[in-house]
Write a protein that binds this ligand. Structure first.
Ligand code: GLA
Length: 357
């Protein structure tokens, strides 16, 4: 039995991105919503300067202990919350004392539904409350991103952390990742089904960082600070400046995906799910062909979904190289969708995907 201090319990959800993939670190728009799965944390202050962490999802890792004044990374899940504590300290918010933190959750780990961002913002929100830190939700999201960039080594954008802490039930949030201006757009009962391929390819984080570098190289050749500052017309007029063919494809994805995201948010506001779905399909094709972050498993899930009548649109979601797809469906088509996609996936990969509505 763990003898952990427990003063408060809080929750943070995972997210699924409807459209706007790999645009956030290019200064563009993203359009995520939270999912109804996430992580809980019960926590309390300690009288000493120890951080003690435990996750019911990783019992094999046991209780992890860190020195608050000199936390050394341990190469397991607990590095995520500890990285946030390091980030907050770097921002000038030091904890008065150590803390006990007990985590548990139902968010599938490594499925591209942002379990790492959820644990990061949850840590920030819990510590804010325990120690009375004057942090806004946005600053907690920024600290989570900083923690991931600096201490975990993934050069992610702000989308996941922002979506987890700022998400509202029944809405997607259209976020301008350059200005951090945002707007909630009601989902109006649109039926969204997430399908988990159950695979995570090991190159995910190194390839992610590489995509980001390729985009930065393209932006440099175009002489802009970020790719998404260009409209598609401006991009077409200047694209000859990008001399590297790979960088050209990456840039084309970012610029057009940003435009699709703005258009898609407008379609959702008008209740035009058909047009929204068409943009999701285009987004997937661009992620597959130009950005090259999909994989055989997610391509098949998308292709199988798109051939079911009543499916408005389907695409991979998140960073890529496995993980989940997001599907916009007419509610009456869900049973047919589930069975057709399961069958196709099983026939090809000899395993079943998981479905979350
Ligand atoms: C990961 C990152 C996000 C974003 C997506 C791709 O989820 O954490 O910042 O870049 O990939 O859209």
């Amino acid at each position: 039995m763990l003898n952990f201090k427990n003063e408060i319990t809080r929750f943070a959800p995972g997210r699924v991105n409807l459209i706007g993939e790999h645009t956030d670190y290019n200064g563009g728009y993203v359009f995520p919503c939270t999912v109804n799965m996430g992580i809980h944390c019960s926590a309390g202050r300690r009288n000493d300067r120890k951080l003690r962490l435990y996750s019911e999802n990783f019992p094999q890792d046991g209780e992890r202990e860190y020195d608050l004044d000199d936390p050394v990374m341990q190469g397991c899940w607990s590095d995520y919350p500890v990285s946030v504590i390091k980030a907050l300290a770097a921002f000038g918010y030091r904890l008065e004392s150590g803390a006990d933190m007990l985590f548990s959750g139902d968010l599938p780990y490594g499925a591209g539904l942002s379990s790492s961002a959820a644990i990061e913002v949850l840590t920030g929100a819990v510590l804010r409350e325990l120690f009375g830190l004057p942090l806004t939700d946005q600053l907690i999201a920024i600290a989570g991103q900083f923690a991931e960039n600096r201490f975990i080594g993934v050069n992610c954008g702000i989308m996941d952390q922002f979506a987890s802490i700022m998400g509202r039930e029944g809405c997607a949030v259209l976020l301008n990742s350059h200005t951090l201006e945002y707007e909630y757009v009601p989902l109006n009962g649109a039926c969204i089904v997430v399908v988990n391929s159950g695979v995570r390819h090991s190159l995910a984080s190194s390839e992610y960082n590489r995509r980001r570098q390729e985009c930065e190289a393209a932006a440099g050749m175009l002489n802009v600070t970020s790719l998404c500052s260009l409209s598609p017309d401006e991009f077409e007029a200047r694209k000859h400046l990008i001399t590297d063919p790979v960088c050209l494809k990456r840039a084309r994805h970012a610029v057009y995906e940003n435009q699709r995201t703005i258009t898609a948010a407008g379609m959702l506001r008008q209740g035009d799910l058909k047009s929204f779905g068409r943009l999701m399909n285009e987004s997937h094709a661009s992620l597959r062909d130009d950005y090259e972050v999909s994989c055989a498993e997610t391509d098949l899930l998308v292709q199988a979904a798109q051939s079911v009548s009543g499916v408005y649109g389907a695409r991979m979601t998140g960073g890529g190289f496995g993980g989940c797809t997001v599907n916009l469906i007419e509610p009456s088509a869900v049973p047919e969708f589930t069975s057709a996609v399961s069958k196709a996936y099983y026939e090809r990969f000899n395993r079943l995907p998981s479905f979350y509505r």
